[in-house]
Structure formats: C-alpha cells, structure tokens
Design a binder for this molecule. Structure first.
Ligand code: 5GP
Length: 342
C-alpha cells in the first residue's frame, strides 16, 4: 500500500481568476473549435460539447436538436444502425462496449460500408487489457473514424489509449451525478486534476481529451475547458428535456423526467434483463425536473462559457486554457491520513 499525498482537485475546489482583457462583449467570443484528429486525420469544426451516451441524454431527439448548434451527441448503446442513418453524422458518436456483440456490430457496419464517422468506445473501467485491445481492433477496422475511448483518469493510461489508436480519451471515474462508483468501490479521482493530468499526457502525443462527468453548472464546463479539456461531456445538464425522448411524469402538479445511471440496477433491468449476480449497481435513479426544450439550456451553458472567456481575455475557446489561472478555494483536511502515518 502507498499513499499519494499531492492534493487532487475537483471543480468545486477552484475558481478562475479574472484577468485584464480587451474584449468588450461576450458576442466577440468564438466557441467553435477546429480539430484535425491525430489518427483518423479527419477535420471537424463545432462547439466541443458532447451529450452523454446515457438513456434520456444520448437520444435521436437530442442529436437532431444539438447538431443544429454544431454540438455533438454520443448516442446511447440501444439505438439501431437504422437510427444512425436518420441524423447528422458529423455531430453524432455511435457508442460501443467491448463485448463480442459490439465487435460483431462494428464488423458488420464496416462490411456494409456504414462505418460510423465518430465511434465512442465506452466502459466504466478503462484499465483492462481487453479494452486496450478493443481500441486497437477498432482502429484497424475503422482507420478513418474518429475514435473516442474511455474512461480513465491518469496520464499513463491516456498515453496508452492514444498509442493504441484513440483520437480522444474520455476522462472521468466517479464524478457523474448519478454515479455511485466512489461509494460502492472506493475508486475515483477528483475530476479537475484528472483532466489537467490526462490533457497534459494526451496533448504531448497530439491526442485530445474529453472531460466526462461532474459538471453541474456552466462554470464547471468552463473550468473543464480551462483545465485543458478539448471536449466536455454532459449527462445531467442535458437530461430532463423534451429531447430526452422519455415520458413526462406528473407528480403533485410538477413535471419530471427519469434520469438514471447506465450501471444502475434499473438500467440493467431495462436493457440487459437484470443485473448479473456478480455485479453491484454503480448508478442511481432520479426524477429530474422537466426543463423544456434543450435549446434554452444550451443557450445558458454557452452564455456562461462565453462570459468566462471575457473575464480572462480569451477571444476563442481554444485560448481559455492558456488564459486560466485557478485559485484553490477549499482546504483539504487530511487529518484522517495521520492514522496511517503513525
Ligand atoms: P454527469 O454529467 O451527469 O455528472 O455525468 C455523466 C457521466 O456519468 C456519463 O457520461 C458517464 O460517464 C457517467 N455515468 C453514467 N451512468 C453511470 C453509472 O451508472 N455509473 C457510473 N459509475 N457512471 C455513470
């Protein structure tokens, strides 16, 4: 056993210091980014926010609405190949796991010449050899596709994934709003530090990172970009909308939409005929207040990030990280560690 003593930070542990700026209005800020992905060599331009591949978030309705604003959606795993044909493919990831049916599906899409332009390989624990092998296999089968793979939280695994063929590494273990991994397993990594460390590792190899989970406000989204995230994935902030493609539940005169973790017993009952005995549920089920159409939420998020950029003098989202100085605003009390020191 060993203890790492360096303080690791979450979004709530920091604020962004304002800086002198020549910008006069938020409207001068450009939130579009242009990337050439390192393996696929594909070019893409858009606002680098991604709706998460969760039920009620990574839906067709969401993909249709967000693509109009040049924002991406990672479709959840339960869409059919035909569903994918109905949306703008420049702004949608098709999600795969790493099991045999996932491999069979990818092989069949490649054979039908319907290889997705954007592939998301998504597992809760990105530290297994099987996952690395799947990323290599996907890169071989789909050399021209943009591959995003995760989740991991450390530099060495980020490097491993990029060297194995991922263009974008998805970063985050345990920060999700409906995630209980930290409680159930004790495993996790404060999200801001994970993004800073993984972005540093990825950028050194010409790769990119997507911060996944833990954003509850537009300020958190700005902090993720400030920390070096190239993309930011959002679950709860995008849930609870008309585009969730789920029934609206009325309770005591108020409207709600279900929102639950992809590894909750509820999701496993719904999609996989129940939770296997050897697994523990690592997700919660909630009722999210209905928020109307996603367009107004997106406006709020983008308005917030534009405002952050004006506070620090970043004319383009690309410059936000360079212009960011974080102030630590919480003290971590580590008296509990003393017991181990004795
Ligand atoms: P949020 O933006 O809601 O804080 O986080 C969304 C992210 O939480 C998702 O993109 C995914 O990575 C993660 N997530 C979703 N469902 C679950 C779950 O059931 N368990 C865990 N551990 N993480 C989840």
């Amino acid at each position: 056993m060993r203890i790492e003593r360096e303080v690791k930070l979450d979004f709530k542990d920091v604020l962004i210091r304002p800086k002198r700026s020549t910008l006069t209005s938020r409207s001068e800020v450009n939130l579009n980014r242009e990337f050439t992905f390192p393996h696929s060599k594909t070019k893409w331009k858009g606002i680098p926010i991604v709706a998460s591949n969760m039920d009620g978030v990574g839906t067709l309705g969401m993909a249709k609405a967000l693509s109009k604003q040049r924002i991406m959606t990672a479709l959840h795993k339960f869409h059919t190949d035909d569903d994918y044909q109905k949306i703008n493919k420049d702004f949608a990831f098709v999600t795969f796991g790493i099991r045999e049916p996932d491999e069979a599906r990818l092989r069949s899409l490649v054979k039908k010449k319907q290889t997705p332009k954007f592939i998301c390989i998504d597992v809760a624990n990105g530290y297994t050899q099987r996952f690395v092998d799947f990323v290599k296999l996907a890169r071989n089968l789909a050399p021209d596709s943009v591959i995003m793979a995760g989740n991991v939280v450390t530099g060495e695994m980020t490097e491993q994934l990029i060297l194995s063929g991922a263009d974008i590494v998805k970063v985050g273990i345990g920060p999700g709003s409906v995630c209980i991994t930290r409680t159930v397993t004790g495993v996790g990594y404060p999200q801001l530090s994970a993004v800073i460390e993984c972005a540093d590792a990825a950028h050194g190899l010409g790769g990119l990172v997507c911060s996944d989970g833990g954003c509850v406000t537009s300020g958190d989204v700005a902090k993720a970009f400030g920390a070096g995230a190239d993309f930011v994935m959002l679950g709860s902030m995008m849930a609870g909308h008309t585009e969730s493609d789920m029934p609206i539940i009325e309770k005591d005169g108020k409207k709600f939409i279900e929102f639950y973790g992809s590894s909750s017993s509820y999701a496993m009952d719904k999609h996989s005929g129940g939770k296997a005995n050897y697994r523990a549920s690592e997700g919660k089920v909630t009722h999210m207040p209905y928020k109307g159409d996603v367009a107004s939420t997106v406006e709020e998020i983008l308005g917030g990030v534009r405002s952050t950029c004006t506070y620090v003098g970043a004319r383009r989202l690309k410059d936000l990280s360079k212009c960011t100085t974080f102030l630590r605003v919480t003290q971590q009390v580590n008296t509990s560690l003393n017991a181990y020191e004795a």
